[in-house]
Write a protein that binds this ligand. Structure first.
Ligand code: HEC
Length: 63
């Protein structure tokens, strides 16, 4: 996850991406690239699950 100021205030400007071990972008089972507002508005996926994180910033772990 990467903060991009102004990207999408509704999801706190997070850019979501999932990479494979070889550095290429991962895809979901339907072949959709996992990058950007991944699964925004869907019942499952990066944003749906991370919206349950405490603190209101989609982050589970903080240091
Ligand atoms: C089913 C729920 C769920 C989904 C879906 C999910 N995550 Fe997470 N994610 C978590 C949890 C819980 C953690 C906390 C880390 C841990 O406990 O191992 C986490 C941790 C992370 C972290 C580390 C920062 C943090 O919040 O702690 C990143 C980055 C991350 N996820 C990105 C993504 C991306 C990108 C996607 C979609 C491709 C995604 N996640 C989908 C539940 C989810």
């Amino acid at each position: 996850m990467l903060k991009r100021p102004g990207y999408d205030p509704e999801t706190k400007d997070w850019f979501w991406a999932k990479f494979k071990a070889d550095g290429s972008l991962d895809t979901n089972p339907k072949g959709m690239m996992l990058a950007g507002k991944v699964a925004k508005g869907k019942p499952k996926g990066c944003i749906a699950c991370h919206s349950a994180a405490p603190g209101g910033d989609f982050m589970f772990l903080r240091n």
